[in-house]
Design a protein around this ligand. Structure first.
Ligand code: ADP
Ligand code: MG
Length: 273
């Protein structure tokens, strides 16, 4: 591994390997992400991005290798146990509770709210917290709508608010969190993509952000890394093929010939305001 290890370790992925029968989805992947960093994991479809996420968040058990968060080995922990330690994720296809309102979707995920009675009356503080999270993702006006009535782009924003809600401390001290976003802008129109990626960026680089967050997100399109990611990891056929700034990986000869295409040129200003 070439990544620098800070004094407070964030996420460390060591020699991660995942087979599905004969399919080698992830083959010895290693990297680290520190609090305050926004890192993109890019690569073509089938490269192993979602599988890497599933091994970090706990939906899949690695075939080999280690996933550590703040120095603690996570391999044997369930997704809910990892969430309690500060690791939240979204999915490639937005997952929301369709029959509940936008506000209820966020309330349901707040720590300490019973899953069995999501409609319970919350104390005003929790109610306000849910509204603050909706405001953070630009959905304050939609709080009372049913989730099913939201356009897809708004659903992706709601899913983000829900992941942030899962990272809220139950009592007292706010701890560092890791937000894993699997193709946060997938399925969105270009104008919506830019706005959502700007929001993703702001989660780690907004002076008003309360938490020490690390963000790791996947994408298969380079337009979502320029001006957003501090660092880019390129995954190809289950291996890290390149890493560095967006500019550096876009100029990498191997990445150009096998993934982006030699004609690839980033046009600054087109995708990000
Ligand atoms: P990406 O997210 O980069 O598109 P995935 O991690 O979804 O890639 O998939 C990597 C490889 O692993 C693909 O060949 C895919 O078909 C396979 N794969 C992913 N999940 C499963 C699964 N649950 N069972 C069997 N094969 C899987
Ligand atoms: Mg995927």
């Amino acid at each position: 591994m070439s990544e620098e290890q800070g004094p407070l370790p964030g996420l460390e992925v060591r020699d991660l390997t995942k087979h599905f029968g004969g399919v080698q989805a992830v083959r010895g992947v290693g990297f680290a992400v520190q609090a305050g960093e926004c890192v993109a994991l890019i690569g073509p479809n089938g490269a192993g991005k979602s599988t890497t996420f599933a091994c970090i968040a706990g939906q899949q058990a690695p075939s080999a290798g280690q996933v550590l968060w703040q120095g603690e080995l996570l391999n044997a922990l369930l997704p809910a146990q990892r969430l309690r330690r500060g690791i939240a994720r979204t999915f490639q296809v937005a997952q929301t509770f369709e029959a509940l309102t936008v506000l209820q979707n966020v309330q349901l995920v707040l720590p300490g709210v019973s899953v069995l009675s999501p409609l319970q009356v919350l104390d005003p503080q929790a109610q306000q917290l849910a509204r603050d999270l909706l405001a953070r993702v630009g959905l304050q006006e939609q709080a009372a709508l049913d989730a099913r009535s939201l356009p897809y782009g708004a659903k992706k924003r709601l899913e983000l608010a829900m992941a942030l809600a899962g990272l809220e401390p139950q009592t007292g001290v706010r701890r560092p969190g890791l937000l894993l976003l699997d193709e946060p802008a997938a399925g969105l129109a270009p104008s919506e993509r830019a706005a959502l990626m700007h929001l993703v960026r702001s989660l780690t680089h907004d002076a008003s952000a309360k938490a020490q967050l690390a963000v790791l997100y996947t994408e298969h399109n380079m337009d979502a890394v320029f001006g957003v990611a501090d660092r880019v990891l390129v995954l190809m056929e289950g291996r890290i093929a390149a890493s560095g700034t967006a500019e550096a990986v876009a100029a990498n000869e191997m990445v150009r010939s096998h993934y982006l295409g030699r004609a690839f040129h980033h046009r600054p200003g087109v995708h990000h305001a």
